[in-house]
Design a protein around this ligand. Structure first.
Ligand code: ZN
Length: 60
């Protein structure tokens, strides 16, 4: 897949800020065809959630 670098960048950005509609469309249409990026996206979501959980525990 030729756009994988771009897609993984968008997936990472999506953990930091809301994505634009164009970015979301681009991301999800690519994820549909590319298992590698889908795995990366799932991992980055899980990691991001873990970091948030860790931070919220830290402040308590
Ligand atoms: Zn890809």
């Amino acid at each position: 897949m030729k756009n994988c670098n771009r897609i993984t960048q968008i997936a990472s950005d999506g953990q930091e800020r809301p994505l634009t509609l164009a970015e979301k469309t681009h991301l999800h249409s690519h994820l549909f065809f590319c298992p590698g990026c889908r795995a990366f996206y799932d991992n980055s979501k899980t990691l991001s959630k873990m970091m948030k959980d860790f931070k919220s525990k830290d402040t308590k």
